[in-house]
Ligand binder design. Structure first.
Ligand code: ARG
Length: 565
């Protein structure tokens, strides 16, 4: 809670020689509230003061005269621990949440600043792959987290819609595409054409030359090539959109690699003018040997451009168009080298904004039984994965709460939410192991568990059925379980800040799990609805503010918060 931290900082500032920001950064929350509400570690003072941290903590604690709303200080080991007035803590926290509601947690940190999030970015004529799903979910959460902090966010889907493979596909389509002309083309058909092309090209290598010709035609704007390619793109976008709709994910722009086709030549010229290019085996490269990286390939010997060239052009274009303060690329760890290379080229081009570009990488998603399979045992497409999650949740609801209204919609929110949460709750750089039983469990550290906790709170409020007020006796919210929950709620804004700083949606997941655990401890120890009207009013306020925080947190992750389950 900023309010208390501000007070603690001003108490400490008078006694120690550290900048305010540094003091603020060092303040921690002790794991056990009996030790204090906030703690200041003295390690970093030890060097300059030439005393042990424990001695400094004792001296500092004795020197500080606590004033409201800080009730007391106490040295424990190397820490100065601060106790705050419980009533003030409850009042400030719960009143803030009741006033700000859906906006609780919104800060002005990003006011006037623009962030670009480049996410999902699948390749057309192929199915959306698992890493595009992970990128979609992580990117969407990061987008919402930054938006909540007041940044202007631009979500861009950088479609992979350019490259020599489209020459191959055009050849295949012209030669064998008629076979599927009797039904509407799907991405699966396009996939089959790829496979067929590679089979045939093994027997007849001249097909590769034909494909290169067609891609060159496409790059130079040949109408027939463009028409066929556009057809591929339309089919693919339709399929991608279906999945984004299921996930509730929105992009501000779908701007694929093809968009930069007219700009890449100028980009290449600019890079050349910097004198950092070389010709190697007839290809144009930027030598990155001094930076211990393989060269960045800009142009192949047949004059066609590459993925990296288009990324450089895109970065220039986006800087010009959006004047971003930060550009976040949410792309799997396997592309780390690509990003390091082209960020380096941007730097060598003299762009001081090169260091505003961040590669937010992530691990793989694996499936528990080793393959991505459903109950039917076949390898699934993402759409099937989502549909199956919804179906399985529907069965659980049918068993647990068959009379629930709106079962379909709720099963959708919970099924999709389960997949989202299962993906996001692991630290993003780690691999995620997707396990159906675990992801859909209403009692584990899962999406359904958080949503279910939220629905339970809604049900308590329905039972209460009277208008709520924040005008209560805050002195009544005093038991340990109650205070821990309130402190948890007060941490939400700083958790969002941290999640933004580290591009880490898992921090929001962990936080929500903590809030649910605190809530359950509170709920098991204390009756919310009782004959004591004053106490009921106070606890109802706590229930309602907890509900609000869970709802806001779920929204950051891109999840719904159904009121009944
Ligand atoms: N289409 C690429 C792929 O599937 C991801 C693109 C990521 N974004 C970017 N600006 N490079 O691997």
């Amino acid at each position: 809670m900023d309010h208390f931290i501000k007070n603690i900082v001003s108490l400490l500032k008078e006694k120690i020689d550290l900048p305010e920001d540094e003091i603020k950064r060092l303040i921690e929350i002790p794991p056990d509230p009996k030790m204090g509400d906030y703690a200041f570690p003295c390690y970093s003072l030890s060097k300059t003061l030439k005393k042990s941290p424990n001695v400094i903590a004792t001296e500092l604690s004795n020197a500080i005269h606590a004033v409201r709303p800080i009730a007391e200080t106490k040295a424990i080991g190397p820490y100065v621990n601060f106790f705050v007035e419980k009533e003030t803590l409850s009042e400030i926290t719960l009143k803030t949440i009741s006033e700000e509601r859906d906006n609780y947690g919104i800060r002005s940190a990003g006011k006037g600043k623009t962030v670009i999030v480049d996410f999902s970015s699948p390749n057309i004529a192929k199915h959306l792959a698992v890493h595009h799903l992970r990128s979609a979910l992580i990117g969407n959460a990061i987008y919402h987290i930054y938006k909540t902090l007041g940044y202007r966010c631009v979500g861009i889907n950088h479609l992979g819609d350019w490259g020599t493979q489209f020459g191959q596909l055009i050849v295949a389509y012209k030669k064998w595409g008629g076979e599927n002309a009797h039904h509407a083309y799907t991405v699966t058909d396009l996939n089959d054409l790829y496979v067929k092309f590679h089979q045939e090209a093994e027997k007849d290598p001249s097909l590769e030359d034909e494909a290169r010709e067609w891609f060159k035609k496409l790059e130079s704007g040949d109408p027939e090539a463009k028409n066929i390619w556009q057809h591929f793109k339309d089919i693919s976008l339709k399929e991608f959109q279906k999945i984004y709709d299921m996930l509730g994910i929105h992009f501000d722009a779908f701007v694929g690699e093809s968009f930069y086709n007219t700009m890449v030549q100028d980009t290449v010229t600019r890079i050349k003018e910097k004198g950092i290019t070389k010709v190697s085996e007839q290809a144009l490269i930027v030598d990155l040997e001094p930076y211990h990286m393989p060269p960045c390939l800009l142009r192949k010997k047949d004059d066609t451009t590459l993925y990296a060239t288009r990324d450089i052009a895109a970065a220039e274009y986006r800087k010009k168009t959006y004047d971003f303060d930060k550009m976040i690329y949410v792309v799997g760890s396997e592309q780390k080298l690509h990003f390091n290379q082209f960020f380096k080229v941007l730097e060598l081009m003299g762009y001081n904004w090169a260091n505003c570009c961040v590669h937010v990488d992530f691990g793989l998603m694996k499936f528990k039984d080793g393959k991505m399979s459903t109950r039917k045992g076949k390898v699934v497409l993402l759409e099937d994965l989502l549909v199956e999650a919804v179906e399985r949740i529907k069965e659980i609801i049918e068993e647990k709460n068959p009379s629930l209204e709106n079962k379909e919609a709720i099963a959708r929110d919970v099924g999709i939410g389960a997949v989202i949460f299962a993906d996001l709750c692991t630290k993003r750089s780690k691999d995620v192991v997707f396990d159906w039983d675990e992801a859909l469990n209403f009692e584990g550290e899962t999406g359904p568990y958080v949503q279910y906790t939220h629905a339970r709170l809604c049900s308590i409020l329905r039972k209460f059925g009277k208008p709520m007020t924040a005008d209560i006796n805050f002195g009544l919210l005093k038991e340990d379980e109650t205070v821990i929950l309130i402190k948890n709620l007060g941490q939400f804004p700083s958790v969002i800040m941290k999640a933004a700083e580290f591009y880490e949606p898992s921090l929001i997941c962990n936080y929500l799990i903590d809030v649910c655990a605190s809530l359950n401890r509170f709920y098991n120890a204390h009756r919310v609805l009782s004959d004591d009207a004053e106490l009921t009013k106070a606890r109802i306020l706590l229930v309602n503010t907890t509900r609000q925080v869970i709802k806001n947190g779920l929204r950051l992750l891109g999840m719904q918060a159904p009121e009944r389950m």
